[in-house]
Design a protein. Structure first.
Length: 152
């Protein structure tokens, strides 16, 4: 699966990957070494916790490596159409509420901070649309209807 990332996103992921591989792995190795000193590994909670942390760290490393391997660089351009990296102000046509979202890659998405993924239903529906366009989005709760007010 292609992962759309800006050059900035790629640099951030590369920095995180380097940190996890160098600092993160060294910290886990030390935790495991200390936990082993507590004795019997079959009843050693500290050892189990350290091994769980190691598994999570390695999973995150694989996740980042996969994203970078499948990355397609998305360059921000001046456009009148919604794209990755844009901030979009929309009007909910059912509630008459104005909403503002940043369209970001999936790794930066955080709906609580109004950052939605370009892969989310709303993000996908907005991509390529222009100011004034009306968009319908099918979600589990039904159909959402929006009008694009501003793209920046």
């Amino acid at each position: 699966m292609v992962e759309l990332l800006t050059l900035e996103d790629i640099k951030e992921l590369e920095a995180e990957l380097e940190d996890l591989k160098v600092r993160g792995r060294a910290e886990i190795v030390e935790k495991i070494r200390v936990a082993r000193e507590f004795g019997d590994l079959s009843e050693n909670a500290e050892y189990d916790i350290a091994k769980d942390e190691q598994a999570k760290l390695e999973a995150r490393i694989v996740e980042i490596e996969t994203k970078l391997r499948n990355a397609q660089i998305y360059e921000k351009t001046k456009s009148d159409k919604v794209g990755l990296g844009n901030t979009v102000k929309i009007l909910d046509l059912d509630t008459n509420e104005e909403l503002t979202y940043d369209i970001v890659g999936s790794h930066k998405a955080n709906p609580m901070e109004n950052r939605i993924s370009n892969e989310s239903p709303v993000g996908k529906a907005l991509l390529g649309k222009k100011r004034g366009d009306e968009v319908e989005v099918k979600v589990k709760a039904g159909v959402l209807r929006f009008r694009i007010l501003k793209i920046s």
